[in-house]
Design a protein around this ligand. Sequence first.
Ligand code: SF4
Ligand code: FES
Length: 257
Amino acid sequence: MSTPTIDEHSSALDEAEQGTSHLITVTLRIRRFNPEVAAEADWVDYQLPIDPKERVLDALHKVKWEIDGTLTFRRSCAHGVCGSDAMRINGKNRLACKTLIKDINPEKPITVEPIKGLTVLKDLVVDMEPFFQAYRDVMPFLITKGNEPTRERLQSAADRERFDDTTKCILCAACTSSCPVFWNDGQYFGPAAIVNAHRFIFDSRDEGGEQRLEILNDKDGVWRCRTTFNCTDACPRGIEVTKAIQEVKRALITRRF
Ligand code: SF4
Ligand code: FES
């Protein structure tokens, strides 16, 4: 296992320039994979100075920009909104942009690897297509019948509250890729697709609930859920994912939603 480091001299200069004497040295242990170079993934350690109040995403940027430009990962907003940087950090699914170094025991090597259950394309980048296909399959858009209304579709505050939690999803896949059922069988729709079905099934303005319930009644639908709560634990938006899945199951039985 190689251990590249940022040049000590330039780090010291940076420190002096920025007045960052509170930097600590951390080891980022990253699961690297490049199918053009090797058939197997391998762990590579990177040592770097960092402010413990910075995030794992900042550490990954330092590695990419200052040590090894070939490191590949997704990110966009860097502020917990776009959902593109879900990864396994110290064995737990998290957003790199919302995980502070100081909160994950920087005295030990910090492991960073791709989320599980989806094919790894390179380093921390996985093929998200099966995840998004399941999302598309539940028809995550408002379905209405009849003529277009001449005024806005009204909804009471209580009706809006019914699906408020599931509107918060940012499609990061942290839930689905922490689910043991999904690991064993990628055909399972997975928690995120069910969360997004829930968002419309329980919307009083929507008229596609029955259709969505039938889709989720499939052998790869909600009944595959084993209520392990991994999804709820993993969700960076604090969505009660397991509860939403239970509500969809109940709606399937009672046909009331
Ligand atoms: S429910 Fe939470 S963990 Fe799952 S995709 Fe949405 S935001 Fe991510
Ligand atoms: S980079 Fe957008 S959520 Fe982390």
